[in-house]
Design a protein around this ligand. Structure first.
Ligand SMILES: [Zn+2]
Length: 294
């Protein structure tokens, strides 16, 4: 028998004669029985959601108060400002923006927000020293918080943030999040790898900062359903990606844009808020919830 009603029993599961196949670990789920998913054995609720996913959850962002219908927050991610303090790959140096460009971007945020009726947020990935030396002062001066996603293995290393600097960042109202342990592709991790990247890294950063770490940024934006569900199981409250588009301000999955060294805020930011982009971002947000069951 194959369930036909609602979203239950439909894609992405394969329907058998009297069972469904879990997309995470390929275990078979008897219709009417209790879920038995090896991947989610520690989180029955998540697994149960896989098999009983109400269509209403996909539409939850639309119904949220205050956000109205369309996503309207653009999150910018800086990977380094000025000249790298330590040698980096050509791909990485492409994302180091000039100091003048960064400062001008922060200065232009209020006018751009007002003109387009949107919100702009700033995040930093990789924990480069320039986050503290250039990124933080401009944010403090502008009265804006930022999110700084650091790598546990690089805390205190040459060219990267120290524990003391991270504590100062938090004391000034910004957030320290996790970018993992070793800056690796999370799609290729085994169980031990997920333990190191999602759990051990968070503990190491929390110990350094002296505060809870509840947000994560996915290295390289490399994600799939398994990565997202591992993050949910690990209890991260918000996850930042490199997926293009606007974000719902309080959504768990946050798309971002990474300015590169040729970035110009006045030229490059306004097109992000076109009606087409807003509609596309909002539709993609719903599609993602359905696709990844998040
Ligand atoms: Zn990174």
């Amino acid at each position: 028998m194959i369930e036909k009603s609602g979203t239950r029993g439909r894609w992405p599961w394969t329907a058998g004669a009297d069972f469904l196949i879990c997309p995470l670990d390929k275990s078979q789920q008897k219709l009417g029985g209790k879920p038995d998913c090896a991947v989610n054995r520690q989180a029955t609720r998540t697994c149960t959601n896989y098999f009983n996913f109400p269509a209403s959850r996909i539409w939850r962002p639309v119904r949220k108060g205050g956000e109205k219908m369309l996503a309207k927050t653009q999150v910018l991610t800086f990977h380094g400002i000025g000249v790298p303090a330590v040698p980096v790959s050509p791909e990485e140096s492409h994302y180091f923006v000039p100091i003048e460009t960064y400062r001008r971007t922060i200065e232009r945020l209020p006018a751009l927000e007002q003109k387009h009726g949107v919100k702009l947020e700033i995040t930093f990935d990789d924990g480069n020293l320039s986050d503290y030396e250039v990124g933080l002062p401009a944010l403090v001066e502008a009265g804006r918080p930022g999110r700084f996603f650091v790598l546990a293995a690089r805390i205190g290393a040459k060219g990267y943030l120290t524990a003391e600097q991270m504590r100062e960042i938090v004391s000034l109202g910004s957030v320290i999040g996790s970018h993992g342990h070793d800056h690796v592709d999370w799609r290729k991790l085994d169980a031990a790898g997920f333990q190191r990247e999602l759990h051990d890294a968070r503990k190491k950063i929390e110990d350094a900062v002296g505060a809870a770490v509840t947000q994560a940024a996915i290295p390289f934006g490399a994600l799939d359903a398994n990565v997202l569900h591992r993050l949910k199981e690990a209890g991260y409250r918000r996850v930042f990606t490199s997926t293009p588009g606007l974000a719902y301000q309080t959504a768990w999955f946050c798309p971002r844009f990474s300015p590169a060294n040729g970035f110009d805020p006045d030229r490059d930011i306004p097109p992000m808020f076109s009606a087409k982009k807003r509609l596309k971002s909002s539709l993609y947000a719903f599609a993602r919830r359905a696709k990844f069951r998040i």
